[in-house]
Design a protein around this ligand. Structure first.
Ligand code: C2E
Ligand code: CA
Ligand code: CA
Ligand code: CA
Length: 281
């Protein structure tokens, strides 16, 4: 029998109980996964809108689950975020991503790499030093690392987040606001945060070619970003028509299935070689 938070006693709900068992099982397995190296990072290219040249990649975590196969981030990140495990997980992703940036440099490719941060990390004042040490260890210039944070993540503890992000930025790391337009940040914060990049959420990009309002939102977000001196990225671009449209609107960088879905590191290397040889669109 579960106790409710309000002091009363909740009615026993077998479906909820089952979910809790499932949750606990997955958490235990995720804990093991970290120790057993089952987490792997996929890379999705970010391209210059005009030339199609690859400027970097976003690191997206995957879990090679022993019985369930390859799990996407949505299948375990929310769970990890409800516990301290997310901190450890993010450090694993950061480590792999920065090491990958080094591999690319050694191949003669100066590609940026972007890593998603969660709310716990934005409240962790040790993060900037850890990131700095990591970059030094792999001899990767800080400007090649972008940390993506959502508006809501920042707004959870804005005071602390502003401080942590300022330290990271002082170390030369780039900061991106992810899923822009879906959260509840204000323009005032955007200005105070002094970020480098604005990623327009894919929900606006999807509707852009059919919905006038979405098109207006995308257009004004690009202008807003540029007026604030930011690089503007469109994410979730699924077709060539949207790509062309974003080109007309002056967007800087695109990411999405129309270029390429996320790939394992070795697949990414094969892909980029072909992409560079064939051009695009
Ligand atoms: P996100 O940061 O917004 O990442 C973009 C998501 O959109 C990715 O899903 C990507 O595979 C997917 N995507 C890319 N292009 C397209 C497209 O053209 N159309 C559509 N429909 N989707 C596209 P993924 O990899 O499943 O990640 C989901 C979310 O999980 C991410 O959203 C991010 O918030 C979180 N996440 C992923 N990796 C990490 C990580 O290492 N750490 C943390 N804290 N969160 C992560
Ligand atoms: Ca992201
Ligand atoms: Ca996003
Ligand atoms: Ca998202």
């Amino acid at each position: 029998l579960a106790k409710g938070n309000g002091g009363g006693v909740a009615v026993y709900d077998p479906t909820k109980d089952e979910n809790t068992t499932e949750r606990l099982l997955l958490l235990t397995q995720l804990h093991d996964a970290l120790a057993r190296d089952q987490l792997t990072v996929y890379y999705q290219p970010k391209c210059d809108v005009r030339s199609g040249r690859v400027v970097g990649a976003e690191a997206l975590v995957r879990w090679r689950h022993p019985s369930r196969g390859l799990l996407g981030a949505d299948q375990f990140i929310p769970l990890a975020e409800s516990t301290e495990l997310i901190t450890q997980l993010t450090l694993v992703v950061l480590e792999q991503a920065v090491a990958q940036a080094r591999v690319w440099l050694d191949q003669g490719r100066r590609l940026g790499v972007a890593v998603n941060l969660s709310v716990r990390h934005l409240a962790d004042v040790r993060l900037p030093e850890q990131v700095d040490a990591l970059l030094r260890r792999h001899r990767v210039p800080p400007a090649l690392l972008t940390l993506e944070v959502t508006e809501n993540t920042v707004m959870t503890d804005p005071h602390r987040a502003v401080a942590v992000l300022a330290m990271l930025r002082a170390a030369g790391v780039r900061i991106a606001i992810d899923d822009y337009g879906t959260g509840y940040s204000s323009l005032a914060y955007l200005k105070r945060l002094s970020v480098d990049e604005l990623k327009i959420d894919r929900s606006f990009i999807i509707g852009m070619t059919s919905d006038d309002n979405d098109q207006i939102i995308v257009r004004s977000t690009i202008d807003l970003g540029h007026n604030l001196g930011l690089q503007v990225v469109a994410e979730g671009v699924e077709d060539a028509a949207s790509w062309r449209h974003l080109q007309v609107l002056g967007c800087d960088v695109i990411q999405g299935f129309t270029v390429q879905a996320p790939l394992a590191a070795d697949e990414f290397d094969t892909w980029i070689t072909a992409w560079e040889a064939n051009g695009r669109l």
